[in-house]
Design a protein around this ligand. Structure first.
Ligand code: URA
Ligand code: SF4
Length: 216
């Protein structure tokens, strides 16, 4: 697997990156999908939210977090007092990994492997280099481990503020603002699946409030 690097144009803005990503063949995940789902948001956004990968709805619409998890995320962002206009939302992996099952061939989400996350990483690094965020939010384990290393555990370290990228064990390849920080939290899909959805939702909002407090 060659990875995405050869498809990333050196001197492109976010729109140029998005256009180039449409033709990425850096791993096999582009097969059996509708399209690449690149990040979305203002190029001057201070906060970058990173999810795992597009879901079924995102694959069809071509935009990140526009399905059920996205609705919950938007509500949580709002309840935390963050302004949607300040956000750029993207994913660690830009194609929908799934398997088709049953007579209706319903498409079931599959977690991307570490190798696939690695293959897609050049797009994420390129987004960071254009955005230079002040705050980074990792939504769920895939994003957190992509940004903070394979040993990162959401259960142990969610809601904590880490200097970014200084204190991360990751190679300092993710360009950011001078005093940037990263906070990891649960994935909104995990909140939707939680036994006690209200408690899980409140915990997500609490973690997003940490971001708000640090920026204020
Ligand atoms: N889940 C994600 O991680 N990203 C999306 O874009 C949608 C659902
Ligand atoms: Fe390229 Fe990422 Fe899609 Fe793989 S998942 S083809 S690396 S955009």
């Amino acid at each position: 697997m060659a990875g995405a690097q050869q498809f990333v144009p050196a001197a492109a803005d976010i729109a140029g990156l998005r256009a180039a990503a449409a033709d990425c063949r850096g791993c096999d995940l582009f097969r059996d999908t509708t399209q690449t789902v690149f990040g979305r948001g203002d190029e001057s956004a201070r906060i970058v939210l990173v999810g795992e990968q597009p879901g079924d709805v995102e694959d069809r619409k071509g935009l990140p977090f526009v399905g059920p998890a996205g609705h919950l995320l938007r509500r949580a962002v709002d309840d935390a007092g963050l302004h949607p206009g300040e956000l750029y939302i993207t994913n660690a992996v830009k194609h929908f990994k799934h398997r088709a099952t049953g007579p209706g061939k319903r498409r079931i989400h599959q977690t991307p492997t570490r190798v696939e996350v690695q293959a897609c990483r050049p797009w994420l690094v390129a987004e960071f280099s254009r955005l230079r965020p002040a705050a980074v939010v990792a939504l769920g384990a895939t994003a957190a481990q992509a940004l903070l290393g394979p040993d990162f555990r959401i259960t142990r370290s969610r809601g904590k503020v880490f200097d970014w990228p200084a204190s991360a064990e990751v190679p300092a390849e993710f360009p950011a603002h001078d005093h940037a920080f990263v906070v990891a939290t649960a994935h909104p899909s995990a909140v939707l699946r939680a036994d006690n959805r209200e408690i899980a939702y409140a915990a997500l909002v609490d973690d997003l409030r940490v971001v708000k407090r640090e920026l204020d």
